[in-house]
Design a protein around this ligand. Structure first.
Ligand SMILES: *Cc1c(COP(=O)(O)O)cnc(C)c1O
Length: 838
């Protein structure tokens, strides 16, 4: 193994087969195939080989005889067999790290890791050439990839480490090997993998086994005590630099409004803080103490640095742009790895054919200018960017690396003044620039103005929920991962079908399901090529189903016969797009369909008695193929129906036995919805159907804290006025005031999905930390709110639901279910999609 490591160290490390590579990157790449719960990288070795990759690290357990035969064909490729590709990657990163003797700051803690890292990098930008983790790349996989960016020009490393299970930190310690550590804080949340908070602290502390200096806040007793008990035992020489709001620490920190005073034996510093919310203050103190520790002790100079700090927007946002464009706003991070991540995301914007990149000078890469821009240009080419725009003096003098037709501007002002915006149409535009270029002005110019109300969809929360349910669904009888069908009916439960489906396609779910053919067509037109089941296929839409390769749910004998007749008379499949050359579209391939069995819902579906006729019909019509058979539980979320759920399962299995015997093959079987996945893992069969859980509502209520809210419905205050006791507010004089009140009118009404039943004090909205009740009747486009108790001004943000007000709570106040709240947000409300980062 060690002899092999030698050439692997400097190779281009590739772990995601979806990443787009330049030819040069392909040649120098080594692909680490990993076999995960949901995903098997070995399946993509062939694809990468075709793209020119020749070095592969593969896992023994994944090498079935078929795989070995496949890989043996790639005679000029080199395969390294290991037990764990991730382990090898980590070992390599550890060896790689040993070649560098620069100071490295390692950051861990429950919150604030990324902010502290980003702020330190802003604060120290002039003094060091910094290598840092892109975004919150702090995992078992992210850390080795981050550290592998180090090169000889760097003079400081800034890396964060996050863990979710015991025994994970050891590996990260070897890779980061920090000389200076920062432990930001410890959250109250009790993480899944840990017995206690103390255990979590102890595990995180392993990052500092060899650090010379550790900075932390003494006001977290768990951290302080574990450091003294545990860390001191393994690293007795560690220098502890703590701060506290109380006496007894190296620095005593007192904060009054925006004034920070740090008091120590060796001096006193008074600084004005640029941000004053409690989380920012804590992060800022960590940063200032770090600067003091590094020797930056001049008060005025420190203040200057602080004044230049910018908030760290963790989000990569997708916004609706002018002229039918989508704008991907990623003005937060502009190193090469960050650029690669953003280009990958741009690539998923299947709805637009043209891809435009607007990029500023890449600051502080630590790379030689010509090398840097040559690789930036290669990335553009590999990602098939239609138009490239470079802004800044340095990128401009490297214009020769970029294809002709690229545009260059000296600065943001020049770009805004002379770029032909009206020619920019129907494109996906990535806007990515270093802070000093203030690219938010470009985003502002490109963004279609959104008035009032938006539904924000957190794509990272969606991914989190997807992974959570995937993990729950686990593996089935044969050891194969249980398949996942995701319900994207009703505009993906109100969240926006195309965008959600793109994310699901990226994460390679097995199936999508919609209610109507039209919904399926719209997904196809947005570049979705996953199999799609249509649950309510009217015979008038049969041709559409064939044309767009949509698979009907067949629920009655009448429908089965109509479908059978139609298929027999049709000439074959159409293709919905020229680009689509899927081998599945063969004229005589059997047409997949799905059989729905009624086991107790008494909605759509075959009853047991009808199945012999179904079998007989299918035996005579071999052009029809049953892709799957399914049923639906009526009360999967409620314990009182457990017995009935079991009865439904038994009925389903009886029906299956008859069908299988008659058909001579076993179609995919599925029964469970979101709540069922949590409550009846023993019924998961071959596939599960995920719905509301993906969108952030855990309807069984057993594992509520495990899913994350996805949508935030927000609007703004249009006007505030003082209204006296006894006066009334709104239609029909329903809102009579019993106190002198400040009344705010907000820009959302029942036509947007703000239910009329929420009026007259039944519902509340969240404004700057205060819950404020409605007053009077909800109007069509507006609602009045009593903001007497809140700090509220015109233009302020108003949250209808989200983290602050859970959807299920809102549903309960008006006696409905979360499904209705989600799907009730009308289509005129703009959807804004974002990725958060930390
Ligand atoms: C909508 C739907 C689901 C998803 O249900 P959730 O409760 O949202 O998880 C599953 N199966 C069928 C047949 C459905 O119509």
């Amino acid at each position: 193994m060690i002899t092999q490591n030698f050439n692997l160290l400097d190779a281009y490390w590739l772990t995601d087969s979806r990443q787009v590579l330049s030819p040069e990157q392909s040649r120098s790449a080594v692909f680490f195939a990993m076999q995960g719960e949901h995903h098997d990288g070995h399946a993509f070795v062939g694809e990468l080989y075709q793209k020119g990759v020749r070095q592969f690290v593969v896992e023994r357990a994944a090498l079935t005889p078929a795989r070995r035969t496949e890989f043996a064909q790639y005679t000029d490729a080199q395969f390294t067999e290991v037990d764990s590709s991730l382990r090898l990657l980590q070992e390599l990163a550890g060896s790689y790290r040993q070649h560098f003797s620069l100071p490295v700051i390692g950051i861990t803690g429950s919150n604030g890791k990324t902010i502290v890292k980003e702020w330190l990098s802003q604060l120290l930008a002039g003094d060091y050439v910094i290598a840092k983790s892109p975004k919150s790349y702090n995992s078992q996989l992210g850390v080795p990839l981050s550290v592998h960016q180090l090169n000889s020009s760097h003079t400081l490393g800034l890396f964060e480490a996050g863990i979710s299970r015991p025994h994970e930190m050891q590996a990260l310690e070897t890779i980061i090997h920090p000389s200076l550590g920062i432990f930001t804080n410890i959250g109250t949340a009790h993480d899944e993998g840990f017995r206690s908070r103390r255990q979590k602290v102890a595990e995180k502390l392993r990052l500092f086994t060899h650090t010379e200096t550790l900075i932390y806040c003494k006001d977290y007793p768990d951290i302080d005590e574990e450091i003294n008990l545990l860390l001191k035992a393994v690293n007795p020489a560690v220098r502890l630099i703590h701060w506290s709001k109380h006496e007894g620490a190296v620095y005593k920190a007192s904060v009054q409004q925006d004034q920070l005073t740090l008091l120590a034996e060796h001096g006193t510093w008074r600084l004005k803080l640029p941000f004053t919310d409690p989380a920012s203050v804590e992060n800022l103190i960590h940063c200032v103490v770090t600067l003091l520790t590094l020797g930056f002790i001049d008060e005025a100079a420190l203040q200057n640095r602080l004044n230049r700090l910018r908030p760290v927007s963790m989000r990569l946002e997708v916004k609706e742009g002018i002229n039918g464009c989508v704008v991907i706003d990623d003005s937060y991070n502009n190193d090469i790895v960050g650029l690669q991540l953003a280009l990958g995301f741009l690539d998923q914007q299947l709805t637009r054919n043209r891809k435009v990149v607007i990029l500023s000078d890449v600051l502080q890469s630590g790379q030689r200018e010509d090398e840097l821009y040559e690789s930036v240009a290669a990335l553009q080419q590999a990602n098939q960017i239609s138009e490239f725009v470079g802004i800044g003096p340095v990128i401009g003098r490297n214009a020769h690396f970029f294809p002709s037709g690229s545009r260059f501007y000296a600065g943001t002002d020049e770009f805004l003044a002379s770029y032909p915006f009206d020619q920019l149409r129907d494109s996906a535009v990535l806007v990515k620039g270093a802070r000093p270029f203030s690219f938010e002005r470009i985003v502002n110019r490109l963004q279609r103005k959104v008035h009032g109300t938006v539904l924000e969809i957190n794509l990272d929360a969606l991914t989190h929920n997807l992974n959570y349910y995937r993990e729950k669904a686990g593996r089935g009888e044969g050891g194969q991962p249980t398949k996942l069908m995701v319900m994207v009916k009703a505009f993906a439960y109100g969240s926006g079908s195309a965008e959600v489906a793109q994310l699901l396609q990226f994460h390679r779910v097995d199936y999508l399901a919609v209610a109507y053919a039209d919904e399926g067509v719209s997904l196809r037109q947005n570049g979705i090529d996953l199999p799609i089941m249509v649950m309510n296929p009217a015979p008038e839409t049969f041709q559409t189903l064939l044309d767009y390769q949509l698979e009907p749910e067949i629920y009655s004998l009448r429908l089965l016969q109509e479908w059978g007749r139609f298929v027999a008379g049709s000439k074959g499949y159409g293709a919905w797009g020229k680009e689509l050359d899927a081998p599945a579209i063969r004229p005589h391939a059997p047409r997949p369909m799905h059989l729905k069995i009624d086991t107790g819902m008494h909605r759509l579906g075959f009853v047991e008695d009808e199945l012999p006729s179904v079998v007989a019909y299918l035996q005579q019509h071999p052009a029809l193929r049953v892709a799957s058979v399914f049923s639906h539980l009526v009360g999967a979320d409620e314990a009182q129906f457990n017995a009935f759920s079991r009865q439904q399962y038994d009925a389903f299995m009886r029906s299956m036995a008859g069908l299988e015997a008659g058909l001579g093959y076993r179609p995919t079987r599925h029964l469970l919805n979101s709540a069922g996945i949590v409550r009846f893992p023993e019924f998961k069969l071959d596939m599960v159907r995920l719905g509301i859980g993906l969108y952030g509502v855990e309807s069984s209520q057993l594992e509520r804290s495990m899913v994350r809210p996805v949508g935030t419905l927000r609007t703004a205050i249009s006007q505030i006025k003082a209204v006296k006791t006894g006066e009334s507010v709104g239609y029909s004089r329903r809102g009579v005031l019993d106190h002198d009140a400040r009344i705010a009118t907000i820009a959302i009404g029942y036509a947007d999905g703000f239910d009329r039943r929420l009026g007259n004090g039944v519902g509340q909205v969240w404004i700057n930390g205060t819950l404020c009740p409605t007053v009077g009747n909800v109007c069509m486009d507006m609602t009045m709110i009593d903001v007497t108790a809140a700090q509220a001004s015109e233009g302020d943000d108003v949250i209808i639901f989200g983290n602050e007000i859970p959807i299920s709570e809102l549903a309960r106040t008006i006696g409905t279910i979360p499904y209705e709240i989600l799907t009730g947000v009308s289509e005129r409300v703009k959807r804004v999609f974002y990725k958060e980062g930390n």
